[in-house]
Write a protein that binds this ligand. Sequence first.
Ligand code: URA
Length: 225
Amino acid sequence: MVRKKLQKYFEYLQLSGIEDIYLKPVKAKEKIKIIQSQNIDTKQQLIDLEKKYQVCKKCNLWKGRNKFCYGNGNPNAKLMLIGEGPGADEDRTGRVFVGRAGQLLTKMLLAIKLSRDDVYIGNIVKCRPPGNRNPLPEEKKACLPYLEEQISIIKPQILLLMGKVAASTLLEMDTTLKAFREQTYYYKGIKTYVSYHPSALLRNPGWKKFAWIDLQKIQKEYNTL
Ligand code: URA
């Protein structure tokens, strides 16, 4: 659309006898300012949307909600992590991955030399399912537009889907976690990996060695960006 409009404009200029256009080079300082203002925009955009959505009643999960857990982290992250849904600690604080699973996730990130401030973390559903059950299809369907919008604003270059709920929802296929892990995917053009959910690793510490293999793949990819 923009390209077509530009093409027409250039044609018009050419017909008007203008054959050369001189662009003033953008100075390094100005470039930094432009990037900084883009960063502030992304952060503000997410803050505004979180405010707008926190009264959401699109599915029944709002009835048991203390806090709407939109997502946390770097609004300009190159790597975005996606879990399932808030647990009790997250519901109490409004922040994602702050309980035991969150502590393990922080350690997993540190193992590949990343901090929580380097990444953005979101969930498939933003309100806690009762008793930490898996979110129902209608709950995921209602909530998914929020996550899709977050991804389109943050524009990560790598996605890590943690656990089967995140993988099957975003990749729209159902298979075992083992099979999910064997491939890399492209979700809306973004390189996407699947690995274990930290809660699953807390329940099955023997799987940590496989999670470490996945993390190393992600670190390698991240270091090429
Ligand atoms: N488990 C999740 O999937 N998300 C959280 O935010 C916390 C635990």
